[in-house]
Design a protein around this ligand. Structure first.
Ligand code: ATP
Length: 254
């Protein structure tokens, strides 16, 4: 996926401009930036859910606008920001929705669809929740179910908006491992996070977005340092250097 000189926003209101990026198969790209900086709006524009205000998005070398919604859905899976479930679907039914771009209009799910759903549910350890209603599970559990739906979709590009936001520490680790596993299997992964440590841990490259503009982008280990994060968020940041050359960032209390 590629974007060139992309301007993006909502009807009547441009939020950001001049964003160029390339996302390769097998790569994890993290999008970081302050609240309201335009991350979700940019993701939706890259997915074709919002029309660009300028510039272009290309998928496999073809303008995104030339793809039908169904073709797009086969290529790109979207895990939106955690939100309360509005319909009382069972978790396995929710995950099955990821298969809809693979099914005929009125076709019943095939054996392959059921197998993909079972595999995605097992991958995220959700077997015990499969027959529970998505309206009657915790926010974190629902987030995992939405990630399972994206897995079942079998897309080549997976876009996740704050996938770890409502997860406990253990499940954050599970999701971050899953993102790396998807990339290792050849998928392109794009996710937003408010935690630079998560970006440093799993992303190959990062793109820092502030006020709708790219502040800096590049390899995570080269771009992420205390001074850059301080500029991005406007607060002092401490870098903690641990064994094996690893670095972690903390908001400074000085
Ligand atoms: N439906 C909408 N219509 C008009 N403006 C919107 C809409 N949704 C968001 N905005 C505005 O667009 C700007 C960017 O919002 P966006 O949600 O993309 O930011 P974000 O970086 O994802 O923020 P956060 O980190 O808080 O989720 C904000 O100023 C926001 O108020």
């Amino acid at each position: 996926m590629q974007a060139q000189a992309l301007a993006f926003g909502h009807p009547g209101r441009t939020v950001g401009r001049d964003v160029s990026l390339a996302l390769a198969q097998g790569e994890v790209l993290a999008l970081l930036g302050p609240n309201g900086g335009g991350k979700t709006t940019l993701l939706k524009t890259l997915l074709g859910l919002l029309p660009p205000h300028g510039g272009s998005v290309q998928l496999e070398g073809r303008p995104l606008a030339a793809w039908s919604p169904r073709e797009r859905a086969r290529r790109m899976a979207y895990v939106p920001q955690a939100a309360p479930a509005s319909f009382a679907y069972r978790v396995d039914e929710l995950v099955m929705m990821g298969r809809s771009a693979h099914q005929g209009l009125f076709a019943r799910p095939s054996a392959a669809d059921h197998a993909a759903v079972a595999a995605a549910i097992a991958q995220l350890g959700l077997q015990a929740l499969a027959d529970r209603l998505a309206t009657a599970i915790s926010g974190g559990e629902r987030q995992l179910a939405l990630i399972a739906r994206a897995l079942a979709q079998d897309a080549r590009i997976v876009v996740l908006d704050e996938p770890t936001a409502s997860l406990d520490f253990g499940n954050q680790g599970r999701v971050l491992r899953e993102l790396r596993r998807l990339a290792a299997a050849g998928m392109a992964v794009l996710f937003t996070t408010h935690d630079p440590n998560q970006a440093l841990r799993v992303a190959d490259r990062v793109l820092l977005l502030r006020d709708g503009m790219v502040q800096v982008s590049g390899p995570a280990t080269e771009v992420l340092d205390a001074a850059t994060l301080q500029r991005l968020y406007g607060v002092p940041v401490d870098a903690v250097h641990a064994a094996q050359g690893r670095t972690a960032f903390l908001p400074s209390l000085d």
